[in-house]
Design a protein around this ligand. Structure first.
Ligand SMILES: [Mg+2]
Length: 262
């Protein structure tokens, strides 16, 4: 195993709901305390469907004591990137997303707003358009229309929520752009998720952890995945799965992140 390099940092890119927020309270506490103890060597990046307001709401909520603040937040299913401390967008990545979206809000409105069975999600999202879906057939039809027009589309939570995204933009590609902007490569990072809307993150070429409480559709997708590096399917839920995955990747014989072993 390579010697510990003090200057190397671990970039942890993690989904929130069901992943970083998953597991029971002692399991979350163990992860959050481990991060606090290594805070100078861990760059914490939330990669979530939540927007900034919904992330901030977690800190006013007694349910999530000890929740560490991230260094960066990739929100809105990969369409916004914020330096958490300053609250400012990471311009190099955000500009790329804005350019890809262009006049997407207007174009997608024309395509999908009148479609029976679709209802706009409340909130004004700058670089995505999001809907509630009445049934799977509606979702499939909307995805086909959006994709034919060049947009990305992600259906999540059993087909209830539909996000229309800029072409080529989702959690994984945005995380890779952020890594590059920070001067890091895939070997410095680990990512974690629990649902199919994390798929682009889990398969972006970074050592990945699918936590134990993952949705069945993700487990099914894992069985068909033969890309590199492989995705580690942890048997542990949420936060415990992340700790278990960090241990797994610290000892795996593949190029991986620095050996800060939990
Ligand atoms: Mg999740």
């Amino acid at each position: 195993m390579e010697p510990l390099q003090k200057e190397r940092r671990l970039i942890l890119g993690t989904d929130l709901d069901g992943t970083f927020l998953g597991g029971d309270r002692p399991q979350r506490q163990a992860l959050y305390r481990w991060i606090a103890a290594h805070r100078d060597r861990v760059v914490l990046v939330f990669v979530t469907g939540r927007d900034r307001a919904l992330i901030e709401a977690l800190y006013g909520d007694g349910d999530w004591p000890d929740l560490p603040a991230p260094d960066y937040a990739i929100g809105d299913v990969g369409t916004t990137v914020t330096d958490w401390r300053t609250g400012q967008p990471v311009a190099a990545v955000q500009d790329w997303i804005a350019h890809r979206w262009g006049s997407g809000s207007d174009r997608v409105a024309v395509l999908l707003d009148g479609l029976p069975g679709l209802r706009r999600q409340p909130g004004s999202f700058q670089y995505r358009r999001s809907y509630f879906c009445e049934d799977a057939a509606t979702g499939d039809r909307a995805i086909a229309l959006a994709q034919a027009a060049g947009y990305g589309a992600i259906l999540s939570d059993g087909g209830q929520f539909l996000d229309i995204l800029p072409p080529g933009v989702s959690k994984g590609p945005t995380f890779l752009r952020l890594l590059e902007t920070l001067g890091h490569g895939p070997a410095d990072a680990i990512v974690a998720g629990d649902t199919l809307n994390d798929w682009s993150l889990l398969t972006c070429g970074v050592p990945a952890i699918a936590v134990g409480n993952r949705e069945p559709a993700l487990t099914q997708r894992l069985s068909q995945w033969s890309g590199q590096p492989p995705i580690y399917p942890s048997p542990q839920p949420g936060a415990a799965g992340i700790l278990d995955g960090l241990r797994h990747w610290a000892t795996a014989r593949v190029p991986g992140p620095p050996a800060i072993v939990p």
